[in-house]
Design a protein around this ligand. Structure first.
Ligand SMILES: O=P(O)(O)OC[C@H]1O[C@H](OP(=O)(O)OP(=O)(O)O)[C@H](O)[C@@H]1O
Ligand SMILES: O=c1cc[nH]c(=O)[nH]1
Ligand SMILES: [Mg+2]
Length: 207
């Protein structure tokens, strides 16, 4: 499993805005959108290209397009804040949706929505979720994708805990991770430390 940490100064500054408890919801969503752009940019660095001849106003040359547009899968709620920006960068992408809520006691994900294409054979998938904590939600999501034939999955997470990265590695799933930070640890309530709190609540309000 490849784990890429995007520690560009602009990524660090947006992540700091998200971490800061004084940041309101609107500013949090704006920083998440900007950081998503940087993470998707890095995640697609090695995407396969198809060539096609094009004419500029001056000469004939070779043009390029993404050979296999990915499926984008935001994990609701928090991943929804990454969806539009990812789609803006890859407008030819399809989008599927997974809805999960982590039980605050057991820390197990409770599924409430699954809207995915039936056959993902040969289609790269980018899963969008700001937080990789215990890894339970991400493992559940990737298992849904693998059941449908996906073999090339990238988890795009603004923040990851070492415990979540380890869980993904041990699950042996076909996934790579792109994140802006691997933080110190999880606390006794399963929150990432130093983290940014509950990403969904900070984007949309507490439920
Ligand atoms: O790695 P895990 O331990 O599974 O935790 C990570 C999950 O927790 C958060 O969602 P949450 O369950 O809070 O739902 P929400 O997005 O609706 O707030 C987050 O967006 C991930 O989906
Ligand atoms: O720190 C955490 C852990 C899980 N989910 C969040 O939103 N934040
Ligand atoms: Mg939440």
């Amino acid at each position: 499993m490849d784990v890429r940490v995007v520690d560009h100064p602009l990524a660090k500054s947006r992540l700091s805005t998200m971490r800061d408890a004084r940041t309101n919801s609107a500013a949090f969503r704006a920083a998440l959108q900007e950081l998503t752009l940087m993470l998707i940019y890095e995640a697609t660095r090695d995407a396969e290209l198809a060539e096609e001849p094009i004419h500029t106003p001056v000469a004939k040359t070779t043009g390029y397009r993404i050979a296999k547009p990915p499926l984008l899968v935001p994990v609701l709620r928090a991943g929804l804040g990454m969806a539009d920006q990812a789609h803006r960068l890859i407008p030819e992408a399809q989008m599927g949706f997974v809805g999960l809520a982590r039980d605050e006691e057991t820390l197990q994900p409770t599924p409430y929505l699954e809207s995915l294409p039936a056959d993902l054979t040969g289609i790269p998938v980018l899963v969008l979720d700001p937080m990789l904590a215990t890894g339970g939600s991400m493992v559940h999501t990737i298992e849904l994708l693998v059941e449908r034939g996906a073999t090339d999955v990238t988890a795009i997470c603004t923040l990851a805990a070492p415990e979540g990265v380890r869980r993904l590695e041990e699950a042996g799933l076909p996934v790579n991770v792109v994140t802006a930070s691997i933080d110190d640890r999880l606390n006794e309530s399963g929150f990432i430390v130093p983290g940014l709190g509950d990403a969904g609540d900070r984007e949309y309000g507490a439920v």
